[in-house]
Design a protein around this ligand. Structure first.
Ligand code: MN
Ligand code: MN
Length: 453
C-alpha cells in the first residue's frame, strides 16, 4: 500500500476514449470562449444555452416549484441558473457553483476621444490586474454597449469578424529604447499611455480636430451616436484573437479570458448534463476582478434573496437551507511555470495537466482575505471526487509572501455556507492570451458534475 500523496498526470493515465473525450469537450469550450468575450456576451450566450435546455426566465417574487428550471438575468451582466430539485432543501441545502465572467481588459473612459499629431485615439482605464506592457502592439477589438438618452441601447462589437478593423496601442522601437530600458516596468509603462489608435483620415476643410471629427462622423453613421453618448457607454477593449489549440499534440488551449470562463463553462455543462435530485444554483458573477463590488458582483445580496425565495417556496426555514448548503467557488489558480519556478513552492503548487485544483485557502500575507475551507468540508469533497473517479489536485497561489489574491469564496461563505475554492490552473494568468490544459478543463467538468450529483 502506497502511503504517499502524489499528483496524477491525466494525459499519462487517460485511455484512448478518455483522450478523445478531452479533445471533444474542449471544442465546445473554444466555441464558448469565442462567443463571449465580455461579461454581457457570456451571459447572453449562456442564456441561449440554458433556454435550449428548457430553462425559463425567473422574476423576483415568483414562487419556485420543485422541478422548475429557471434563470435569473441580473442586468445582463451576471446570471443565476436554478434547478429546483425534489430533494428536501432543509436537509440537503442547495449545491452552489460560482464562477465569474468578467476578465481583465481596457475599458474606455467616459470622455475618451482625442486627436494628437493628426491621429485619433480613445483613452482607456484598465479593469482588473494587468501587466500593462502586454497590451501593446496586439490587435484589440471593442465590445460593449452605448445607452442613449431615449432609453435605447446600441450594441457594439468590432474587430472580431474577418475583415473587421482592429484597434492598436503602440510601443517604442528598440532602437530608441535606451532610456526606457533603464526604467522599472512600473515606471516605464504608464496607464495614461494605454490609448487605442482609432483613426487617421481628416475631414476635408476642417482645421481643428479634423481626424477626430472624421471618427465621430463614422460613429454617427454606423451607430447613430455622438461624442456625448460615450458618457453612458460601457466599451471594453479585448484582444481580437480567437481560442487556439497549442502544441503538436494539442494538449493546451490558449485564449483571452480563460479566467474565469474556464470554470464557468464546466459549471454550465455540469449543471445541464447531470441528472440529480438536488437543488442546484449555478452563478456567473461579474466584477470579481475588481473586488466583487456593485450590484452585479458577489457581494450583492441577490444570492441571499434567491436562497430565501427557494426556502419560502418550499415552505422551509431559510437559515436551515443556508446551513446545509455547499459551494464550490470555481476560479482559476496559478499553474506552476518552470520558467518562473522561484515564484512557486513546488510541493503545494497546481500543475497543468494534473487536474482541476482545489485551493483550501487563498489570500495574501498569512491567508489574509481568505475563506480557508474547513478540513471537514475538504474531506467531504475528497469522498465525492473519489466516488466519481475525478482526478484533481491541491494548489496554493504561489510562494508565501510573494503576492496572492482573493476570490468570491468569502462572499458566499459569509451566508453560513461551506465553501471552497477550486479551479483550473492557468499559465500567464491575466495576460491577453492565457493558457490552460484541455485535460484540466475536462477534469473541472467531471469534478463539478460529481459535486452537483
Ligand atoms: Mn478569476
Ligand atoms: Mn483574475
Amino acid at each position: 500500500m502506497d502511503l504517499t500523496y502524489k499528483r496524477t498526470n491525466i494525459y499519462a493515465v487517460a485511455d484512448e476514449q478518455e483522450l478523445k473525450a478531452i479533445q471533444d469537450y474542449n471544442e465546445g469550450y473554444k466555441r464558448f470562449l469565442d462567443g463571449g468575450k465580455t461579461e454581457r456576451e457570456t451571459v447572453a450566450e449562456t442564456i441561449a444555452m440554458v433556454e435550449a435546455a428548457g430553462y425559463k426566465a425567473y422574476t423576483l417574487g415568483d414562487k419556485i416549484n420543485k422541478g422548475d428550471k429557471l434563470y435569473y438575468n441580473n442586468r445582463g451582466k451576471a446570471l443565476f441558473i436554478l434547478r429546483a430539485g425534489t430533494a428536501d432543501v432543509a436537509k440537503e441545502g442547495v449545491r452552489i457553483l460560482v464562477a465569474h465572467v468578467d476578465s481583465p481588459r481596457l475599458d474606455l473612459k467616459q470622455v475618451p476621444l482625442y486627436e494628437k499629431s493628426d491621429m485619433a485615439y480613445l483613452k482607456t482605464h484598465y479593469y482588473g490586474g494587468i501587466k500593462k506592457y502586454q497590451w501593446l502592439t496586439i490587435p484589440l477589438a471593442l465590445h460593449g454597449v452605448v445607452a442613449l438618452k431615449d432609453g435605447s441601447v446600441k450594441q457594439i462589437r468590432i474587430g472580431e469578424e474577418e475583415g473587421d478593423p482592429v484597434f492598436y496601442i503602440t510601443d517604442l522601437l528598440p532602437h530608441l529604447s535606451q532610456e526606457l530600458n533603464t526604467k522599472t516596468i512600473g515606471e516605464g509603462f504608464n496607464a495614461e499611455n494605454l490609448n487605442l489608435l482609432v483613426g487617421g483620415v481628416p475631414v476635408k476643410g476642417e482645421d481643428k480636430d479634423a481626424v477626430k471629427k472624421g471618427v465621430l462622423a463614422l460613429l454617427n453613421k454606423n451607430y447613430g451616436i455622438s461624442e456625448e453618448d460615450f458618457l453612458s457607454a460601457e466599451l471594453e477593449a479585448v484582444p481580437a484573437v480567437k481560442a487556439k489549440d497549442v502544441g503538436f499534440d494539442r494538449a493546451y488551449v490558449a485564449s483571452y479570458g480563460h479566467d474565469d470562463r474556464v470554470c464557468a463553462y464546466p459549471e454550465i455543462t455540469a449543471t445541464l448534463e447531470t441528472r440529480t435530485e438536488q437543488t442546484v444554483l449555478t452563478i456567473l458573477a461579474d466584477k470579481e476582478e475588481i473586488g466583487s463590488e456593485g450590484n452585479t458582483g458577489m457581494q450583492c445580496v441577490l444570492i441571499s434573496d434567491l436562497l430565501d425565495a427557494i426556502a419560502a417556496s418550499y415552505g422551509v426555514n431559510a437559515a436551515v437551507v443556508r446551513a446545509h448548503s455547499k459551494c464550490i467557488s470555481a476560479d482559476v489558480t496559478a499553474g506552476y511555470d518552470p520558467a518562473y519556478a522561484s515564484a512557486f513552492e513546488e510541493m503545494n503548487a497546481g500543475f497543468v495537466n494534473h487536474g482541476v485544483a482545489m485551493n483550501k485557502f487563498t489570500g495574501s500575507r498569512g491567508k489574509s482575505g481568505s475563506n480557508d475551507a474547513s478540513a471537514e468540508y475538504v474531506g467531504y469533497l475528497r469522498s465525492v471526487f473519489a466516488k466519481e473517479g475525478v482526478i484533481w489536485q491541491t494548489s496554493e497561489l504561489g510562494r508565501v509572501d510573494l503576492g496572492g489574491g482573493g476570490t468570491v469564496a468569502k462572499f458566499i461563505a459569509k451566508n453560513n455556507i461551506d465553501t471552497v475554492d477550486m479551479g483550473v490552473p492557468v499559465l500567464s494568468m491575466h495576460a491577453p492570451y492565457e493558457l490552460v490544459s484541455k485535460a484540466d478543463v475536462y477534469s473541472a467538468h467531471k469534478a463539478f458534475s460529481a459535486f452537483v450529483k
